[in-house]
Design a protein around this ligand. Structure first.
Ligand code: NOJ
Length: 546
């Protein structure tokens, strides 16, 4: 059993700079008690899978006490585990076992909003207008003759107004669901509370935090109107008075200080939707957070020119601040990349159409090999190592995503990537648990299971395992920020890293190129080189040793 690097005398410096971090969505990963909902004991039992896969760290989406109005991103108690997921002892056991297996644990921190069932919010409601606890959230009188209109024109990210009126006539702000009231980060008690929450989990041994809505904590003074509708469409492209305000950075400088008091290089990762990679870079200045998700990369289609542009701009934006670039193709909020790439470009990241599944899988495998060859840290989302497609045909009545319901079924298709993953070929819920599963799994899910793919040459699972093995063995892959583009035919990306070349053919046709070196790994079937040339099949990435 390998030792957790943080436990050894010389902890791996900068372990996070090139780390491959695997996202576990606990409710859909593994269910230990047959209630149809994944849990921490399930995660613990399946940690060896993640060790075999060869990832460095595991990020767990929220498992805190929560009414689950937004799948746990509505936290009622930041220091307690929801009974559906287990107990604090289960969380400690996950951390302990993960460390024993050489895996680090990153937990989700949700500081922009709490649940409406959080003690502070319940008391604030009960104590009425003007009470001190109301000051920890954004309560305001309404506009209009009788205060019947919301205090401003902000819209919720999940659709509808960002304000809800309470029986005594005041309104409160919620950028997400009404069950998720936004904290007022101008209030010192909110700062104190989150510093204490950070310490609570650091003391328990976690290796870091993924900071939910890291760009949202501070709102523009006076909560000014925006003056136009359809605000959700602007998110990530425009500066809004509730997102990416400069004041957030002060908070992160304080948090970074706390983390440096703890041994073992604990990290903070920003979920920050900003208009540009340059704005994202501000979150990862040396005295702030360590990494930020690269949503510009996630939003890029399988297209050589677009990929090259976003790779270059990402590396260039991070260089001046000295943070590693990060790369991500899937998570619990977007349609899985095997399905995005099965569909034509320009449809966004939440789709309802299955597209051409074989094409999507071929491109997804190629996209993954490309991502894992880039310098920096890469994020994987549970089930992508199985090549899972999104489940696009979930009946509306089983959907649980609050944004689906608030957007009247026009939006919010996040349940499709949250369907519990298959571990075995057969059995109830294909090894997810001994009972059912909280979202129905599609027919044939077992053929994609870990059991069905293990030891099968060319399976997506074995491709991921081999890629991560090579990434570890290949000195420097993942490290640094250097990448040298090589000449390549249109639609093909070719770049050199130290001792290594990656070629990715994003076109639908085979392309002949000069042999770059000794083939290490390919995302699709390759023919032998013929003399000095080799044929790169359509939608295929190949790694070469040079
Ligand atoms: C981002 C999370 O990833 C998403 O799942 C959640 O709905 C929102 N933040 C609100 O917390």
């Amino acid at each position: 059993m390998s030792k957790h690097p943080a436990d050894s005398a010389a902890p791996a410096a900068d372990w996070w700079r090139g780390a491959v971090i695997y996202q576990v969505y606990p409710r859909s990963f593994a269910d230990s008690n047959g209630d149809g909902m994944g849990d921490l004991a399930g995660v613990r039992a399946r940690l060896p899978h993640l060790q075999d896969l060869g990832v460095d760290a595991v990020w767990l989406s929220p498992f805190y006490a929560s009414p689950q109005a937004d799948a746990g991103y509505d936290v009622a108690d930041y220091r307690a585990i929801d009974p559906v997921f287990g107990t604090l002892q289960d969380a400690e056991a996950v951390i302990r076992d993960a460390h024993a297996l050489g895996l680090r644990i990153i937990v989700d921190l949700v500081p922009n909003h709490s649940s409406d069932q959080h003690d502070w919010f319940r008391r604030a409601l009960a104590e009425g207008p003007g009470s001190p606890l109301r000051g920890r959230y954004h309560f305001r009188p309404g506009k209009g003759e009788h205060g019947e209109l919301p205090p401003n024109d902000w819209e919720s990210v999940f659709g509808g107004p960002a304000w809800t009126r309470v029986p005594d006539g005041e309104w409160y702000l919620h950028l997400f669901a009404p069950e998720q009231p936004d904290f007022n980060w101008d209030h010192p008690a909110v700062h104190d509370e989150f510093r204490s929450i950070l310490r609570f989990w650091l003391d328990l041994g976690v290796d870091g935090f993924r900071v939910d809505v890291a760009h949202g904590l501070v709102k523009a003074a006076g909560l000014p109107d925006i003056g136009r509708r359809d605000q959700v469409k602007l998110l990530g492209n425009d500066t809004m008075p509730f997102f990416d305000q400069d004041g957030v950075h002060e908070i992160y400088r304080g948090w970074r200080q706390i983390l440096t008091e703890y041994a073992g290089e604990r990290i903070l990762v920003a979920e920050a939707w900003t208009p540009t990679v340059e704005r994202t870079a501000l979150y990862v200045r040396p005295d702030e957070l360590h990494q930020a998700f690269n949503f510009q990369y996630l939003g890029t289609y399988w297209d050589a020119a677009e990929l090259r542009a976003v790779i270059d701009s990402s590396l260039a934006a991070m260089r001046p601040v000295g943070a590693p670039a990060t790369w991500v193709l899937s998570n619990h909020d977007v349609t899985r990349h095997a399905t995005r790439f099965a569909n034509p470009p320009g449809l966004g990241t939440q789709l309802r159409t299955p597209g051409d599944r074989a094409l999507g899988l071929r491109r997804a495998r190629a996209a993954t090999l490309l991502m894992l060859a880039l310098p920096g840290s890469a994020y994987l989302y549970q089930g992508e190592e199985l090549g899972l497609p999104d489940v696009t045909d979930l009946p509306d009545e089983v959907r649980q995503d609050p944004s689906f319901h608030r957007a009247h079924g026009q939006d919010g298709f996040r349940d499709g990537c949250r369907v519990p993953i298959p571990w075995t070929k057969d059995g109830p819920s294909y090894g997810f648990g001994t009972g059912g599963s909280w979202l129905p799994q599609p027919e044939g899910w077992g053929e994609l299971s870990v059991q069905a793919q293990t030891g099968v040459p060319g399976s997506t699972l074995e491709l991921y395992r081999e890629a991560l093995r090579v990434r570890r063995a290949q000195p420097g892959l993942g490290a640094g920020d250097a990448l040298q583009w090589l000449d390549a035919p249109e639609g093909v990306l070719a770049f050199r890293r130290e001792g290594f070349v990656c070629t990715a053919n994003t076109t639908g046709a085979a392309v002949r190129i000069p042999v770059p070196g000794r083939a290490l790994l390919a995302s699709g079937d390759m023919e032998e080189a013929d003399g000095d040339h080799v044929v790169l099949p359509a939608d295929t990435t190949v790694w070469w040793a040079v």
